[in-house]
Design a binder for this molecule. Structure first.
Ligand code: TXA
Ligand code: MG
Length: 348
């Protein structure tokens, strides 16, 4: 069974479609909708049973908190017990947009939303469909990326349907998300504030508002968040400090490797071993697709690359290749989120 998919104009969404989506959310159902980053799987954030359905639909561990999307800054302040100057200046500069702020939650925010933890992540999305849906429904919307847990985030309605099937009740289809990678997550409850997940707002941009910000790093290759000495069993019962930091995340089903410099010898080696290879080349290449080789020429600018990355991985992750080789993108602040997602996709 497939969910109902309602096409909507990305710039001027149809009022009837928005009303139907809002009614579904208020009835405790799950509605997938586009944001400027990726598609979200939305439920009424104040309805704990509805939010529990998100966890079930995704197969998401109960201790991984969900971002709450709001229509305006006032709605964000109603979910949090404090709204420090840093929150105000970040919101002023980056909202609406791809930035999530973690702050102490009010008791009205159900514990299920925050994975049992004391803090809530809030975000005011810029996509006209997300913004219009929030204004129509008039409740905050809890929404993780609309994919099965640990898999690639969806940037189209088709990706959502492929990953979740009828575990989502309704999908608002406004075409591809313009950003293509998830929001930057900043924890303002710690001193100094911490960037928990790089995203479309870059560290350099954050530093202009918040020079003292630090970055949380994970240990590559660890399948759970690294640098702690706690046992996995103990950790699984605790709210995660920085859950987006699971080392393997955003991953295709087949092995993925990132190759610096000329990736062709690596591609060729896999072909010679009889494997079917998908290659994300950087810019144009003279190499052409052949029977066991799929070539995707990725944009050479960071924003273009980010917008295409998940779509390219979805395309190659349909069982048609055994191995994915990615030509390593350039260094630089604008590429940080791309490198982060590739590192996670490659982690074993
Ligand atoms: O761009 C995005 O952020 C998309 C769109 C739909 O808004 N959402 C998204 O949600 O990527 P999700 O659940 O796939 O990733 C949210 C990340 C997770 O790593 C989660 O652990 C972290 O943000 N997060 C959410 N609430 C948090 C909190 N209270 N404290 C710490 N981390 C939190
Ligand atoms: Mg996600």
């Amino acid at each position: 069974m497939s969910p109902e998919v309602l096409p909507v104009d990305a710039m001027q969404p149809d009022a009837d479609a928005l009303q139907r989506a809002a009614t579904a959310i208020l009835a405790g159902r799950l509605v997938a909708f586009p944001t400027e980053t990726v598609y979200g799987l939305g439920a009424n954030a104040l309805d704990s049973q509805a939010v529990e359905r998100i966890f079930a639909a995704k197969g998401r561990p109960a201790n991984n908190p969900i971002i709450v999307h709001v229509a305006d800054v006032a709605a964000a302040t109603q979910l949090t017990t404090s709204w420090p100057a840093a929150a105000q200046s970040l919101a002023q500069r980056f909202w609406p947009g791809p930035l999530t702020l973690v702050l102490p939650k009010r008791p009205e925010v159900p514990a299920v939303v925050t994975g049992g933890g004391p803090n809530v992540g809030v975000r005011l999305p810029a996509h006209p469909v997300a913004a219009a849906l929030l204004r129509t429904v008039r409740v905050p919307i809890a929404a993780p990326s609309a994919n099965a847990s640990l898999h690639i985030s969806p940037t189209t309605a088709e990706h959502v349907v492929r990953s979740l099937g009828d575990r989502v009740d309704l999908v608002l289809d406004a075409g591809a998300c313009p950003g293509g990678l998830e929001s930057t997550v900043v924890d303002l409850t710690s001193d100094p504030p911490r960037m928990l997940r790089p995203g479309l707002v870059t560290l350099d941009q954050l530093c202009e508002c918040l020079p003292e910000i630090v970055v949380v790093e994970t240990v590559p290759g660890e399948s759970e968040h690294g640098s702690t000495t706690m046992s996995k069993a103990a950790m699984s019962k605790m709210p995660l400090p920085a859950p987006g930091q699971l080392a393997r995340h955003y991953a295709p089903h087949v092995p993925l490797e990132v190759v610096a410099g000329d990736a062709w010898p690596t591609v060729e080696r896999h072909l010679q071993h009889g494997e079917r290879v998908g290659w994300l080349a950087l810019g144009s290449t003279a190499r052409r697709a052949e029977s066991r080789l799929a070539v995707i020429e990725m944009p050479i600018d960071a924003a273009g690359y980010a917008a295409q990355l998940y779509a390219a991985l979805h395309q190659l992750d349909d069982g048609s290749v055994d191995h994915i080789v990615v030509s390593q993108p350039p260094d630089g602040a604008a590429w940080q989120a791309v490198h982060d997602r590739l590192r996670r996709a490659a982690a074993v």
